[in-house]
Design a protein around this ligand. Structure first.
Ligand code: SF4
Length: 593
């Protein structure tokens, strides 16, 4: 890596002792690129085995990579921690200004350890770290308000990132998120609860370092080529125009849109919650992460009348994407766009992961229908498909947890189903609530085996869609998922927004490294991706994850996919094939090291 690049500096912060220090970890960045590759290594170094995810021994790692701040759409930060939802690897990615702020503050990674006695927030302004009293912010109802206060209090306007949790994180809801710069999130696997357990309300990071490049002319050329490709290739057009909400109608048409807790795979009101309808009737503006020309973040302007003042309205901007539309829309049978936008705003206000929250409410609705839970459990709420008012109330109660039922649901759908029954229709994978693609076998095998049980691990949904109407074998699926997940380890180590994966091909990545004085071959990159993937899986296995005990929710076999009904024996065979391949490779890796 370049001699003057501050990327190799890792900032360690101990919330217990209120100390901080910097270490040079050139070794890690040279071997593992940055981002996901460096984060998994720092997590393995710092986290004691079998640590309580909500205890002070858990560790939060943020990491960026060599392309952040240098190339377009390298706009993401990776966070790793032990997940309080699954009990093993927690990994989440966010954009906004987070990556550029960390990089320009002069760091490649930040490691946060310990726990504070009183609520604090961290202000990292280049070489200085301040531990600020956050007792006045703790308990505020809305993450919007917390953001506003921090923006007024802290310097660095235009350069900083502001990450904060809401009530859900404070109340340790296991799928609480961290809201980043308004409209972006470390959404999945409960980073918000880890913040809450450390009494860490927020982090503000700013800096104005610059990043050196070895060969300026070559850098300029590589930059222009990438930018041109983003703007002209069409690979990112979908994100630019309607955003990810463009997926609603095609998936519905295909019969792959999970509806009413996946009792169905088509939603009769799909048009109402489609990207097209939201854009025509509600789109207020679009915003972008720092250093991204795409601006996929679509914000709906939701006008709400004041109750007692005619012709007075409050306008809130609500960001919408495909995944939250699926989980809080079709999955709950909510076809009223304003109702959906109110639900999206509520999860933002409380700081909840929209996907997990929606799947939890969908399970709750079916459990209520079947009499597994009653109004006594739900504190009077009668959840029913499409009734967004009941879901708004349920979200509030889920955060405050006034009954044992809500406390259980706050620990995740899988946990609640173990206590109240209904595991067959609890749509979780390894403890994580499922993403919005019921496209066929590869999607579900990918959720089961992916390191973070996300559609973003290995994109099985994409493979399914390409293979509709064709026969696929277990080997083809397993090969595809492993190859794809490994290449994604490289992209998330750089750290590229995965919406740019069509632009950052192996050759483009190799060319973009050259002006930085770094030479890689495609084989080098693939072998780093493989190593990171195996390290992540090894971490999971060490923390108790067991591929042989993984279950597929029975519901997925009861609802047709575009590939017809899924065959349980085919799916089990795929799991076995995946497991034996990974176990073999882990053995080889252990032998080699
Ligand atoms: S495409 Fe969207 S999510 Fe990705 S970096 Fe750009 S604005 Fe952010």
């Amino acid at each position: 890596m370049q001699a003057r690049d501050p990327l190799s500096r890792v900032l360690y912060i101990d919330l217990t002792t209120k100390r901080y220090w910097v270490e040079d970890r050139r070794d890690l960045f040279e071997e593992y690129i940055g981002g996901a590759g460096v984060a998994i290594n720092l997590l393995r170094e710092e986290l004691p085995r079998n640590a309580d995810p909500l205890g002070p021994e858990n560790v939060i790692v943020f990491a960026v990579g060599p392309f952040n701040g240098l190339y377009p759409m390298a706009s993401k930060t990776v966070s790793m921690f032990k997940s309080p939802l699954t009990g093993n690897l927690g990994e989440s990615h966010a954009g906004g200004r987070s990556a550029i702020a960390i990089r320009l503050a002069g760091y490649g990674a930040i490691v946060i350890k310990g726990a504070s006695e009183i609520p604090v927030y961290l202000a990292v302004h280049e070489d200085k770290v301040y531990f600020r009293d956050a007792r006045g912010l703790w308990g505020l109802r809305s993450t919007h308000t917390v953001g506003r206060v921090l923006r007024e209090r802290e310097p660095g306007h235009g350069f900083r990132t502001v990450m904060r949790i809401g009530r859900a994180g404070e109340k340790l809801v296991r799928y609480a998120c961290v809201v980043v710069d308004t409209y972006r999130h470390f959404g999945r696997l409960g980073l918000g609860a880890v913040f809450g357990s450390k009494r860490l309300k927020a982090i503000v990071i700013s800096g104005r370092h610059s990043i050196p490049v070895e060969d300026k002319a070559a850098y300029r050329k590589a930059y222009d080529e990438i930018l041109r490709s983003i703007m002209e290739s069409g690979a990112t057009r979908k994100y630019y125009e309607l955003g990810t909400s463009e997926n609603v109608l095609p998936l519905n048409e295909l019969g792959a849109l999970p509806t009413r807790n996946l009792k169905e795979s088509r939603f009769e009101h799909a048009k109402m919650i489609s990207g097209e309808n939201l854009a025509e009737k509600y789109l207020g503006r679009r915003v972008s992460c720092a250093h991204c020309p795409v601006a996929c973040i679509h914000l709906a302007a939701l006008r709400e009348p004041y109750v007692q003042a005619p012709y007075f309205y409050k306008t809130v901007f609500v960001s919408y994407d495909y995944e939250p539309i699926y989980s809080l829309g079709s999955m709950l049978g909510v076809g009223n766009p304003e109702g959906l936008l109110k639900l999206l705003d509520a999860v933002e206000v409380f700081g909840l992961d929209a996907m997990s929250a929606g799947v939890a409410l969908a399970w709750m609705t079916e459990a209520f229908e079947r009499g597994l839970i009653t109004e006594r459990d739900t504190a009077g709420v009668k959840p029913s498909w499409g009734d967004y008012e009941s879901y708004l109330k349920a979200l509030e109660l889920l955060v405050e947890q006034p009954t044992e039922f809500y406390s259980a649901l706050a620990r995740g759908t899988e946990y609640a189903a173990k206590i109240y029954g209904g595991e067959d229709f609890a749509l979780t994978y390894g403890g994580n609530e499922m993403p919005g693609y019921h496209t066929g076998p590869a999607a579900h095998i990918g959720y089961a085996t992916g390191a973070r049980h996300s559609h973003l691990d290995s994109a099985g949904y994409s493979f399914d869609q390409k293979m509709v109407g064709k026969r696929v074998t277990v080997e083809e699926i397993v090969d595809y998922l492993i190859r794809e997940e490994r290449w994604r380890q490289v992209l998330t180590s750089l750290v590229i927004c995965l919406f740019a994966r069509g632009v950052y091909t192996p050759q483009v990545v190799i060319n973009a490294f050259k002006p930085l004085g770094i030479e890689y071959t495609e084989d080098d990159l693939m072998s780093i991706g493989r190593k990171i993937h195996l390290l992540k899986l090894g971490f999971k296995l060490n923390e108790g994850f067991d591929l042989s005990r993984l279950r597929f929710p029975k519901r997925i076999f009861e609802t047709p996919t575009p590939h017809g009904m899924l065959d349980p024996s085919f799916m089990d065979e795929a799991l076995k094939a995946y497991r034996s391949r990974i176990e073999q490779e882990l053995k080889e890796l252990a032998k080699a090291s």
